[in-house]
Design a protein around this ligand. Structure first.
Ligand SMILES: Cc1cc2nc3c(=O)[nH]c(=O)nc-3n(C[C@H](O)[C@H](O)[C@H](O)COP(=O)(O)O)c2cc1C
Length: 205
């Protein structure tokens, strides 16, 4: 078996927060943990808090290309190779704010990128529906969702003074952050390695 010498490629990770509660948002607090882990794993990071944007409602994405807020969001998401999507669970799905933001973007921002999914919920059933629905949307935009995902149930008591009470849950969020960097890096290396891998596979036949 031939050895592959692969340089570590730089990785930029963006997190899109689908809550409008700004720094009160539990979704945002959880995303900040995941982003901190991603930074520790060597990525540069960007928190895209939709509460800080004044986005138009999507009719057709191209209709909104002249909107400065849409342009900024697209540029920041487009610069990332890996993307966290975080949302509160609203009526058994993810927030309409996040759906509108995703609808304003498309393949240029998302295709072929790696996604880490995170949901928070007020109830004890957690954010399973948010995560499943986001997974379907990621497939729709040509992205790759990590198998690992985070659901935070009973979120109003999960955080005290901005800190997660359950250290095990905090560890799992940090793991999600590291996994996104790991798979984004692997995925980003593929174009450089593809040619060599084809050669190696042919050698092994
Ligand atoms: C319109 C609306 C619908 C909601 N629907 C659900 C729900 O279906 N299940 C649930 O567990 N919590 C539900 N919640 C509670 C939110 O998931 C919870 O308040 C969460 O903390 C909000 O996230 P944020 O702090 O990031 O804004 C709902 C809240 C709102 C405002």
């Amino acid at each position: 078996m031939a050895t592959i010498h692969a340089p570590l490629v730089p990785v930029h990770i963006a997190a899109i927060c689908g809550s409008m509660r700004g720094d009160q948002s539990y979704t945002r607090m959880a995303l900040e943990l995941a982003l901190a882990a991603a930074r520790s794993a060597g990525a540069t990071i960007d928190l895209i808090d939709l509460a800080a944007f004044d986005l138009p409602l999507c009719s057709s994405p191209q209709d909104r290309d002249d909107n400065l807020q849409v342009q900024e969001m697209k540029a920041r998401v487009g610069a990332a190779q890996g993307i966290f999507l975080g949302s509160p669970e609203y009526h058994n799905s993810f927030s309409g704010v996040l759906k509108n933001a995703l609808d304003l973007m498309g393949g240029d921002e998302f295709r072929g990128k790696v996604f880490g999914l995170l949901g928070v919920a007020g109830g004890n059933a957690g954010a399973a529906n948010t995560l499943s629905h986001l997974r379907v949307v990621v497939r729709g935009v040509g992205g790759w969702s990590l198998p690992v995902q985070i659901s935070i149930p009973n979120v109003r008591t999960a955080f005290v003074d901005g800190q997660l009470v359950d250290r095990g849950l905090e560890d799992r969020i940090r793991f999600l952050g590291r996994e996104l960097v790991r798979f984004t890096r692997l995925h980003s290396m593929v174009p450089e390695l593809e040619h060599r891998l084809v050669e190696i596979i042919d050698e092994d036949v």
